[in-house]
Design a protein around this ligand. Structure first.
Ligand SMILES: [Zn+2]
Length: 102
């Protein structure tokens, strides 16, 4: 496999559905998912939940540098990288829409 090939990953169907539900949720239409403000506004979809989990871990690691990385490590690196990619694409999409409406 080379760098330009597309790697297909198998997502649990429920996760893919939850991501779509989060992205189209009208309650958070003005927010950007995968951010602190969206999570603080009450969004508990997989994107905002992952953001908050990562943030909590970062704070925990900072305060507990002796704790092994393994103990607070990612749950599933493949699913996490999928969620990261969606968060990034969503943020870029939001940014572009805001630029166009300005
Ligand atoms: Zn969200």
């Amino acid at each position: 496999m080379n760098a330009t090939s597309i790697q297909l990953i198998e997502l649990p169907h429920s996760l893919a559905e939850e991501v779509v539900e989060e992205l189209v949720n009208p309650d958070y239409a003005t927010r950007t998912h995968g951010t602190r403000s969206c999570h603080n506004a009450g969004c508990r979809g997989p994107l905002c939940t992952k953001f908050n989990r990562d943030r909590s871990r970062k704070v925990y690691r900072k305060n507990n540098p002796e704790t092994s990385r393994k103990r607070v490590g990612a749950r599933d690196p493949v699913l996490d990288s999928f969620l990261d990619a969606v968060i990034e694409a969503h943020a870029q999409d939001k940014e572009q829409k805001e630029r166009l409406s300005a």
